[in-house]
Design a protein. Sequence first.
Length: 164
Amino acid sequence: MSGSRDPGPPPAKGLVVRPDGDGFHARIWPRPKPPWASWAAGVFMAGAVGVVLALAVTRDLDEGIQVAIAATIFLSLLGLAPFLVRHAPVELAVDDHQVYWNGDRFPMSAVRGARADGQVLELLGDYGALARFEHLAPDVAGWLAAAILASLPEGVPEPPLPLE
């Protein structure tokens, strides 16, 4: 990284950064907000399905209650899985040759910058965003954008404004 564009120390929470050769490697923990209303509706629907399933399977009250509770718990956990996946850490590594963006590799010649907008971090190319991370802490997104900009070679042109 160039000394004149040093992003400073990384934020203390939500990010682990280490130097890596001629760049850096970061592990980031996104923090999406729980959709409480959607979850409540989903649990209600899972309960309704559990009751219908219990009525279809048995006429015994004790067995029916157990089937309804088991089906409600199973369907609720199944609905929770997509949200929990968004909490998995993501990887970002930048060096003089490429940007590794959670499985995708972009050559440094295609990268024109990075932009942090609230909880969103975007990697910019000639024609707009190449990739993005969402649900980041604003200070983490800002620091990563500054670190990516500091890692760009001197004389990289600014990306053009997006067409509206």
